[in-house]
Design a protein around this ligand. Sequence first.
Ligand code: 3PG
Length: 214
Amino acid sequence: MTPEVASLETERLCRLAPVIPVLVIEDAALARPLAKALVKGGLPVLEVTLRTPAALDAIAEMAQVDGGVVGAGTLLSPEDVRAARAAGARFGVTPGTTDRLLDAAEAEDLPTLPGAATASEALRLYERGYSVQKFFPAEANGGVPALKAIGAPIPQVRFCPTGGVSPSNAESYLALANVLCVGGSWVVPADKLAAGDWDGIAALARSAAALPRT
Ligand code: 3PG
């Protein structure tokens, strides 16, 4: 898959909902009901971070849920890319980007949101053909003013900012011309997940899905 084709797909996914929940799953048995609650709440695109031993099994479970599109986050190596693909991930997300990671994502046909934190990183990815990127870590990098400033000289690149995005600042990010959607973990608080509070999670998803986008 070329970077250009990958970017068309990641743009399509980013337009499906204003928020991509970033999920840390310790118990794969919770994955399927969690995905159902999020999809029911209006958030079909789900990022499972490869930070727990259960993550790949969780992806495989979530891939069975109708109406959902599950991807793998925290891709750090070509091996992660291959494992994510094999588990059924339909997209990938990286916190930062290396050529080895992109080579693997392209070889595996895994449309990937590559992470960028600076104008130089964004421009380098754009040169390779990636016009849709993850801005990470968004708040620590200067947040909305920084992303707006990057958009002035490089409006061709659109972002999914992630890292410190919350209900209090999500709307400000979504109002930027170079933001397609945001990513964040607030939609699935650990206590609600552990308690199996699917109604509570669906309610948080509904609020996130209702955030206005320009
Ligand atoms: C991550 O990769 O951890 C995401 O950026 C989530 O960040 P958050 O927990 O601040 O939403």
